[in-house]
Design a protein around this ligand. Sequence first.
Ligand code: SF4
Length: 739
Amino acid sequence: MIRNSVLTEKVLPILQRHEGPMTRELLLSPGEHGLGMTHKSLAADEVTTAVCGYCATGCGLRLHLQQGLAVGLSPESEYPVNLGMACPKGWEALRVLDSPNRATTPMRREGNQLIAIDWDEALQMFCHEFKKIGKEHGPQSVAFLSTGQIACEEMAFLGCLAKFGMGMLHGDGNTRQCMATAVTAYKESFGFDAPPYTYADFEASDCLVFVGANPCIGHPIMWERVLRNPNDPEIVVLDPRVTETAMAATEHLQLRPKSDLILLYGLTREVIAIGGVDKDFVERSTCGFEELSQCVDAYTPAVTAQASGIDEEVIRRTARKIADASAASFWWTMGVNQSYEGVRTAQAIINLALITGNIGRPGTGANSITGQCNAMGSRLWSNTTNLFGHHDFASAEDRQRLAEILGIQSERIPDQNSLSYDQIMDGIDSGEIRGLWVIATNPAHSWIDQDDARRRLAKLDFLVVQDMYANTETAAECDLLLPAAGWGEKSGTFINSERRYGLHKQVRRAPGKALSDFRIFRAVADYWGCGEMFSDWTTPEAVFQIMQRVSCGRPNDISGINGYEQIDQCGGIQWPWSTQDAASGLPEQERRLFAGGKFFTHDGKARLITAEPGTMPEPPSDQYPFILLTGRGTVSQWHTQTRTSQSPILRKLYPETIYAEIHPHDAQELSIATGDSVRVRSRRGSIVVQASVTSSVGQGQVFIPMHYGATNRLTLKHFDPYSRQPSYKDSAVSLERVQ
Ligand code: SF4
């Protein structure tokens, strides 16, 4: 139990008061522009705990308060996720709020400049422009792009406001770039997007298999949990690079880029061949074993070795480690998800866990590690490509159920799925989509094939950016900027990688006229003329209660959670937690899914799904002989660096200049030394980087971190056909030393 008397007795009533109904008068009164909080009632030495707002690890941070405002933080030792640890981003979470680059007032474009305006003018402009476009070109002509960085309650508000209130048909999130593949894979295999694990599994495995994942850098606190494992576990890493995690592995399979599906099939075949199948579990709890066996039969150790570059003996040894483990767990991240065949690769991992019976027990699981702090909130609550609460837009029954719970007409709910992110970008290019509302994401930096993405964004008639910072690449292109409060300046819930709802809290004033995203959505609803539809959506906690009703009876049922206060006191609560569960007592801190071997499919059996491996769309050629790999650079960088670049300490912990890792053999051939300027060219564009000569990349490969503004000028626009997730890690490039 975490000591959080501050939240329950003092902060919460204040938050509720200040997140109260948004009237036009309140919106425009000066005191409200900074959320108008006074915290005089809080003593100087009090602390409260909130979950971190960067990554999906979801660490608890202890916030030290003076007069109710946070003046410092430290990792929360009693939070079940991080157990007293935090990475540099978490330690610096407050400092980035004080940046001079914060957006502090609404701004509209006038020629080449953005000029400050007040909220009234901004909201009138917002409604006028979007309504005009909709009237002239139809409801499909405006769309939104959301994020995995805002609270569940804010995502819920945005998605329901845009689609049910404003009549938009299309909206997607930046989670398309990170988690769409895992979502699709889980839905097809388990019947629901349901990561099965809990972080205690890092400590309970005796064999951990990481595929395309570098938790040392990407999820350092999860890696700390691995280091606490008392079983002296096997740590197997499948990665084309010698990452920090690979260096710590007991077995690193340094496979050729994009040979992961073949290698996983080769391992599966070998596991079957050596009798590593849990026949009872396969019979009782899965479908498709015969088809799986037939599919993988072609991938003998010799064939697999030829395709992947991994020695036959290593393949056999790794299969043996998996088969002999009493509790094997399988973990993957972007090396799998960001692939043109990511869904089938993720399912090859799921298949391995299923056929060996490694699911539903401590230390097991086919476990996708999530990226952003609330990527899972986006998956369940954003009302983008899934109907609110992970329902189906195409199902009349789902639409009717939702309409009844929300008290709206079912006709207001679109009966078709939204376009995905790439399809929205295509719609912009074709002129079908003319207005775009971008919330807490930065497509002009992060979207694949950046020059093309920017060309498309420039075609829009009206681009609105809602963000904490005024200096993002996308904000530079916008027609209207809406200044948003950040983490620490508002409250709500995030869902971490292990399905844990955690609370973040308002412990700072937002600067200038910035408002919480929640308040902006309320204001938009009022100005748009659909405020009545959201009359119950008064506070984040009121929306959480709506989400609870929507979740009732579903796999993600949270109806048994006794409000924010219980989430706070329990150190977060994993879904599901239904009213039936709650009848048996308080939630345990670590719970995993599928303990009974029952899945969310109609017959309760998991599906073993396979496909023939495809070929790389842009293989290396004479002109472009290298494969470009992209990914996380350091633990101190986050995505497009809109936040991490605002911390002088974090900036000192990563290279300021964009760099490329080049193998020593290739460097020698091209007369390149560390520190040289090198031109990297693809069929899309050309950039200059600093060389870092290192054998952490294989020969014929180049690695450039994704955080730098220029990286995506090189990447090839292609997608997994099932998840529509971009494939960022397989573009052909050339290298040339700049004299
Ligand atoms: Fe925050 Fe993630 Fe770092 Fe934990 S690991 S402190 S959640 S950024």
